[in-house]
Ligand binder design. Structure first.
Ligand code: SF4
Length: 64
């Protein structure tokens, strides 16, 4: 699975960070960062949950 975030759509509310903190991080300047864009399969449920919870549909998962 590859994880990318559409920075134009993202509203930096950190919902994804709370669900999958090893994959998503909000920097001090409010920039959403993907820490691991090719995470282990065992993180897939949390990442899918984060993508589903994103109110802006900003998280794109490919190869899932
Ligand atoms: S949940 Fe979506 S809108 Fe919120 S910080 Fe994550 S990517 Fe951005």
């Amino acid at each position: 699975m590859n994880v990318t975030v559409n920075q134009v759509r993202c509203e930096q509310n950190a919902l994804c960070v709370s669900i999958a903190p090893t994959v998503f991080e909000l920097s001090p300047d409010d920039h959403l960062t993907v820490l691991d864009d090719n995470p282990d399969d065992d993180l897939a449920p949390d990442i899918r949950a984060a993508a589903a919870a994103c109110p802006r549909q900003a998280i794109l998962l490919t190869g899932a």
